[in-house]
Design a protein around this ligand. Structure first.
Ligand SMILES: *Cc1c(COP(=O)(O)O)cnc(C)c1O
Length: 375
């Protein structure tokens, strides 16, 4: 077999309008390319402190244990569940898409008794149904997804969190797609554990999972009767690395954290109010433009996510084959959009306008390409 060439192939330029990753801010790319320093270098440790402080503000929390895990969003999910659950514990999980289902899977593998409360993909969870299941099961944990990227649904948080509190349960919230796109207020909502990821509205590359744990959650993790099954994700060990002692646990992905620091600075420079409004306006413009091409929103208006819009496909797209059209968008126009997942495969598209990408120019690129394909 011929050896592959030693010159790297040129990467195409892509406009990433799918469910993530999204395009990375140029200043984040520059931050990633800085020279290497040690993971215990005081300069790096100061940047790590800065990242933690900015993540607390973005999560809307004062939780000391707030940090970027060295892994993707799914590992953040796993960290929350395996640290808080012990074999035999009950957990109520809201399931209205792929990521709620994934939580059930992870919790089941941790030996928990999983009570799934389901809603149709494209609809929010029924708050009364959740409250009833919580009151009946008296679980240790309640978990659900704030921004369901598989369906485009934004889940109202407060009432479900209140029902969990009434039952004495702790609450886990998936903020992977919501963080840095819409407000997240962990303390005001009474959330005990949350996780996110860097490749969605933070406009950084994939590879880090910001997580945050309340004092109540930390106490529970500190007093477990069996050790956390995962050594790598054990927060007792990670807290010692992040704490005063800086006890070596693993080598932090230094470049990725330098990138995240810059991504967080961009978010704060813009301000969350302006950023939320920019996402909202972009989603409105996208829905209006796509309606002219026959695409209809899947989710009813009050529950639509601004950073991820799910659209039912018009006749002309189904006839030419939706996967084929997405292939053409990518190869001819350099635009990536997402297809449907699970039950919604072949029925919808998922168009992401995440972080830096939530801008009218990007929407015009997509609309122009689709208009050409239609004619
Ligand atoms: C993307 C996503 C995840 C998984 O994150 P990865 O970084 O792909 O592991 C989890 N939950 C939601 C809601 C997501 O959108």
């Amino acid at each position: 077999m011929a050896r592959p060439p030693t010159e790297a192939p040129a990467l195409p330029r892509r406009l990433l309008l799918g469910p993530g990753p999204s395009n990375v801010h140029p200043r984040v790319l520059a931050a990633l390319a800085q020279p290497m320093i040690g993971h215990l270098d005081p300069v790096f440790l100061d940047i790590l402190d800065e990242v933690q402080e900015r993540l607390r503000r973005l999560f809307g929390t004062r939780n000391p244990l707030t940090l970027p895990l060295s892994a993707t969003g799914s590992a953040g999910m796993e960290a929350c569940l395996v640290n808080l659950l012990e074999p035999g514990d009950a957990i109520v999980v809201g399931v209205n898409g792929v990521f709620g289902q994934r939580m059930c899977d992870v919790a089941g593998r941790a030996g928990a008794r999983v009570i799934a409360v389901e809603a149709e993909p494209g609809s929010p969870l029924d708050e009364d149904q959740m409250a009833e299941a919580i009151a009946r099961a008296q679980p240790k944990l309640v978990a659900f997804v704030h921004a369901e990227t598989s369906t485009g649904v934004c889940q109202p948080v407060e009432n479900i969190a209140a029902a969990a509190r009434r039952a004495g349960a702790l609450t886990v919230l998936d903020c992977v797609t919501s963080l840095a796109g819409i407000p997240v207020c962990l303390d005001a909502w009474g959330i005990d554990a949350a996780y996110s990821a860097t490749q969605k509205c933070l406009s950084c590359p994939p590879g880090l999972s910001p997580v945050s744990f309340s004092e109540r959650a930390v106490k529970l993790i500190r007093t477990r009767s069996v050790p956390v099954q995962s050594w790598y994700l054990d927060l007792n060990l990670l807290a010692d690395y992040l704490g005063e002692e800086r006890v070596y646990h693993h080598t932090a992905p230094i470049s990725a954290i330098l990138g995240l620091a810059e991504g967080l600075r961009r978010v704060e420079a813009e301000g969350m109010d302006a950023r939320t409004e920019r996402h909202r306006q972009a989603a409105t413009a996208l829905i209006e433009g796509m309606a002219e091409l026959g695409f209809e929103p899947l989710v009813s208006e009050p529950f639509r996510l601004p950073m991820l819009t799910t659209l039912r496909l018009p006749e002309w797209v189904q006839q030419s084959g939706e996967a084929e059209l997405r292939r053409r968008l990518l190869s001819i126009y350099g635009i990536e959009v997402g297809g449907g997942l699970g039950k919604l495969a072949g029925q919808i598209w998922r168009v992401g306008l995440m972080g830096e990408n939530a801008r009218l120019t990007n929407i015009e690129c997509l609309l122009n390409a689709l208009r050409r394909e239609l004619s």
